[in-house]
Design a protein. Structure first.
Length: 109
């Protein structure tokens, strides 16, 4: 269940971060509320993940996937298109997450 909880935590963190921009510095109540709820859900599920997945592995996956998803969604919603170095960097992050999941003996499956 740890990796399912991690997927929920990542989704909630992405939702919270996208809403953070929409909150306009916490001046818009709906964006602010979505941001806070998103982060609360993310941290709750991350706490469940850490019962079965090592913290370093969980955080690497959470952060890496969050970066890529947020950049992708913000490109669509906010028209914040990453340049080539940013895209290459994100591809390296995805490769790193893949290597962790496929080859790491510390990742609990």
């Amino acid at each position: 269940m740890g990796y399912w909880y991690l997927a929920i935590a990542i989704g909630a963190e992405v939702m919270g971060t996208i809403a953070l921009k929409a909150s306009d510095g916490f001046s818009r109540p709906v964006g602010t509320a979505v941001c806070i709820v998103g982060y609360l859900i993310a941290f709750y599920f991350l706490s469940l993940v850490l019962k079965t997945v090592p913290v370093g592995i969980a955080y690497a996956i959470w952060a890496g996937m969050g970066i890529v998803l947020i950049a992708s969604i913000s490109a669509v919603i906010y028209k914040e298109i990453p340049d080539l170095p940013a895209i290459i960097g994100m591809l390296l992050i995805v490769a790193g997450v893949g290597i962790i999941n496929v080859f790491s003996t510390s990742a609990a499956h």
